[in-house]
Ligand binder design. Structure first.
Ligand code: ATP
Ligand code: MG
Length: 137
């Protein structure tokens, strides 16, 4: 079965939406096979979002991701990467489809409640940044 990496971002944990997001995830048939609540360090956030280092919003993004705790997760299921991207909805909640996590919960393009890997290859890299093998069950 395929795996993807998920983050429930600070805007969602702050509003006690962890359970509501997990209900959408599990309702879509994805299994949460690893999960922990952490406060991301600046180093972790800069590494994680390294591809966006040159973008104008990079500083704001790192500030946001380290502002309050996040919940990092590994999700497993058939076509997990694409399925999670689908139920997350578009990056900007204004463009997100009805019923998606971002449509329901996101506050803005920056504070958009969740992250999901964009490829199977990146999923493996991102999972390895936050979990060791024995934490995934
Ligand atoms: P993620 O990688 O978090 O799953 P995504 O793949 O939908 O989201 P990316 O283009 O990879 O979107 O951007 C990464 C994150 O950077 C976005 O989720 C959002 O939090 C932030 N971001 C993207 N574009 C903007 C922007 N124009 N202004 C502020 N923040 C932005
Ligand atoms: Mg992305």
């Amino acid at each position: 079965l395929e795996r993807t990496f998920s983050i429930i971002k600070p805007d969602a944990t702050r509003r006690n939406l962890t359970g509501a997001v997990n209900a959408v995830i599990e309702g879509a048939g994805l299994r949460i096979v690893a999960q922990k609540r952490i406060k991301m360090t600046r180093d972790q956030a800069e590494t994680f979002y390294g591809v966006h280092r040159e973008r104008p919003f990079f500083g704001e993004l790192v500030e946001f991701m380290t502002s309050e705790p996040v919940v990092v997760q590994v999700l497993e299921g058939e076509g997990a990467v694409a399925k999670y991207r689908e139920i997350m909805g578009a990056t900007n909640p204004a463009n997100a489809a009805e019923g998606t996590i971002r449509k329901q919960f996101a506050l803005s393009v920056g504070e958009n409640s969740v992250h999901g890997s964009d490829s199977v290859e990146n999923a493996a890299i991102e999972v390895a940044q936050f979990f060791s093998g024995n934490e995934i069950v």
